[in-house]
Design a protein around this ligand. Structure first.
Ligand code: GUN
Length: 277
């Protein structure tokens, strides 16, 4: 039976370390959070980010813009925040309304304040091993593995999913940790054959319960990045937890696995941002 990797406890540890550091080094960081419209899930995420800022001692500024805001108005606000010396990090909550071009908005954020790590310059820096902000969810997965004592170097790591926010940066980070990395996706042939090679299997495909025991090698470490609300209103991941837990050596639950790490790593990026300005 697998060990459960406790993302809640590990994220609390990361936040406590940051809180100590902010206090000891008297770091005064400010995060600006922009939300356009009132998507209920986004409102919950933004609320959690504000709470985490408060806990750590980061000032947060909230900008709530109506759904019908013009793209140019949002871009003007981002440019204004880029120029403000009292703002260290800028986060535009996604998804944006359909009439806005997300790529354009992300590219307008100064790479120095890009605490989400979504700017092409941040992604490019990661790909060539230069310093820059790293996307929070994949950075959180690395922390989960390291703080659970999972050795990464030399291991076969298979990532299912190739999104810009998770799959691709995840592959780059695992490479940086000296894993042998394979990235799979919806067009991969014989997906089960490939995933069964994994010592560390990281799943971010956005399909509830997709990974069953046939996809997993005995003793593999399984990291589930997915989060869905099931028909029974319960949260579940991309991995069929009940089936895979007996096969794996360690596994992240949903909720309480990768999810809480994303905010902890965002807080880490905000503290780091202060040192960059
Ligand atoms: N929407 C869902 N997750 C995220 C995230 O990590 N950052 C931003 N900006 N928007 C999101």
């Amino acid at each position: 039976m697998a060990t459960r990797i406790d993302g809640k406890a590990i994220s609390q540890m990361v936040k406590d370390e940051l809180r100590e550091r902010v206090k000891k080094e008297k770091i005064e960081a400010t995060l600006a959070v922009i939300q356009v419209g009132s998507d209920p899930a986004s409102t919950v995420y933004v609320g959690n980010k504000k709470k985490a800022c408060e806990y750590i001692g980061i000032r947060s500024l909230a900008f709530e813009l109506p759904e019908e805001t013009k793209e140019e108005e949002l871009l003007d606000l981002v440019r204004e925040l880029n120029d403000r010396e009292d703002v260290d990090g800028i986060l535009v909550q996604l998804p944006l309304p359909a009439h806005m071009d997300e790529d354009k908005v992300i590219q307008t954020i100064s790479p120095k304040k890009d605490v989400d790590g979504f700017h092409p310059q941040s992604v490019g820096a990661l790909s060539i091993g230069q310093p820059g902000f790293v996307s929070c969810t994949p950075a959180g997965v690395i922390q989960l593995l390291k703080r659970s004592g999972v050795e990464i170097e030399g291991k076969e790591c298979v990532i299912v999913g190739r999104s810009n926010i998770v799959g691709k940066p995840m592959a780059l980070l695992m490479l940086r940790e000296n894993a042998t990395v394979t990235v799979c996706h919806s067009r991969t042939k014989d997906l089960k054959e490939v995933t069964r090679r994994a010592d560390i299997l990281i799943v971010a495909i956005g399909k509830p319960g997709f990974i069953t025991k046939e996809y997993v090698k005995e003793g593999a470490v399984v990291i589930d990045v997915g989060i869905h609300r099931g028909v029974d209103n319960k949260l579940c991941g991309d991995v069929n937890f009940e089936e895979v837990e007996p096969v794996a050596s360690a596994i992240t639950p949903v909720p309480g696995g990768v999810g809480p790490m994303t905010i902890a790593m965002l807080m880490n990026n905000c503290v780091e941002a202060k040192g960059i300005q």
